[in-house]
Design a binder for this molecule. Structure first.
Ligand SMILES: *Cc1c(COP(=O)(O)O)cnc(C)c1O
Length: 385
């Protein structure tokens, strides 16, 4: 089965033949009095609806329902940050993590405000593409990667990072929110864990927060399961059900969003009011090659800069279709100004280091008719000049 089919058909209710899965709301489950055992005991530790979602998440990561020697396991969390926190919970006091300065703002905040108290170290690198042996210390235990990066859409060679990290006994965690397993499957490239904010493309309708961890390492899987149960940031049965349903249309949504994003990027590149358009692979030929090699497409987020003299606020106010809002991946187009929204936790210097310029806007392309989006961007650019 193709991944598009799996998204719809990974689950079957064999009991009643219902074409959508049942929602099990029970907080507690009857146990065998002899052993106090059972498939499920208490909702935080696991419940049938979340387990069904986790089956779908693992199937998407593997591109298959079964037949893999080492299949993925998926874990559903209440938010993407809960999933990222679960990945960080694998660390011990004294461990160091290598991260790119352009990492997601919430992850940046976790590292900046939480790591020191937890006795963890962070080594910020401006460009993971330039990571070398010398960046690894004795206590480096993890490399945290986002490719493409947000909002600069820089591409990191995952195979190279995996090779370097594993040679130094460090785990590789990839935040795959921007591409989803439909376009990029980091575990196939050797990464140890994938985290995703399912709030974005997987859920896709700007009405649900969720996070995902996937891994093929049985030991790591046990630790993530324990962290899910211990820290308790689990996804509810009802939201698990909703995410199962949302994932069914993910392939269609993402295909449309990506096609539109490509059209819009091309259009803006030719527009005299726009000075720079950033898409995965646009940085240079090397990154274009890596992107083509490790992903099946650029996704549907792009960033661009207005030329001097085009008023940003006037442009944003003149837009009729994309809402000025943070977040991404939904069916509605959204636009935001990273410097004062998604990346405001960074110091101005940290933003300069990450190449997040004062003029940069980030557009998450939705499923509206692309001609309408192009016309709307054009009229707003005209109005701002
Ligand atoms: C939104 C986002 C997160 C955090 O997810 P939440 O569901 O908001 O907690 C993490 N990483 C990336 C790349 C994101 O875009």
């Amino acid at each position: 089965m193709h991944i598009q089919t799996l998204a719809v058909q990974a689950l079957r209710d064999h009991e009643h033949g219902a074409v959508v899965p049942p929602v099990h709301l029970a907080s507690t489950f009857e146990l065998d009095p002899a052993t106090s055992g059972g498939d499920f005991s208490y909702q935080r530790g696991g419940n049938p609806t979340r387990a069904q979602l986790e089956t779908v998440l693992a199937a998407l990561e593997d591109g298959a329902l079964e037949g893999r020697e080492q299949p993925s396991r998926g874990f559903a969390f209440a938010t993407g940050m809960a999933a990222t926190s679960a990945a960080f919970s694998l660390l011990h006091t004294g461990d160091e993590v290598i991260l790119p300065t352009s990492v997601y703002g919430g992850t940046f905040r976790f590292v900046e405000t939480g790591f020191e108290r937890l006795g963890l170290g962070a080594r910020w690198v401006r460009d993971l593409g330039e990571l070398t042996e010398a960046d690894f210390g004795e206590s480096t235990r993890m490399v945290f990667v986002e490719t493409p990066t947000n909002p600069t859409l820089r591409v990191t060679d995952l195979r190279r990072i995996v090779e370097l990290a594993h040679a130094h006994g460090a785990l590789v965690v990839v935040d795959n929110t921007f591409l989803t397993p439909l376009l990029q499957r980091p575990l196939d490239l050797g990464a140890d864990l994938v985290v995703q904010s399912a709030t974005k493309y997987l859920a896709g309708h700007a009405d649900l927060l969720a996070g995902v961890v996937t891994t093929r390492d049985p030991e790591i899987a046990e630790k993530i399961a324990l962290s899910q149960k211990t820290y308790g940031g689990v996804l509810s049965p009802f939201d698990s059900y909703r995410l199962i349903q949302d994932i069914k249309t993910l392939p269609l949504r993402l295909a449309q969003q990506q096609a539109s994003a490509i059209t819009i990027a091309e259009h803006l590149r030719g527009h005299e009011a726009v000075s720079r358009v950033l898409t995965p692979g646009s940085h240079d030929e090397r990154e274009a090659r890596i992107q083509a090699d490790q992903a099946d497409g650029p996704g549907a987020v792009l960033s661009f800069e207005l030329v001097d003299g085009v008023d940003r606020v006037r442009f944003l106010r003149a837009l009729r279709i994309p809402a000025y809002a943070v977040s991404l991946g939904g069916v509605e187009s959204l636009i935001c100004y990273p410097a004062t929204t998604t990346h405001d936790a960074m110091t101005p210097q940290a933003r300069v280091d990450a190449d997040i310029t004062e003029g940069m806007l980030r557009l998450s392309v939705g499923i509206e008719e692309v001609q309408d989006l192009v016309a709307d961007l054009d009229q707003a650019l005209d109005a701002a000049r």
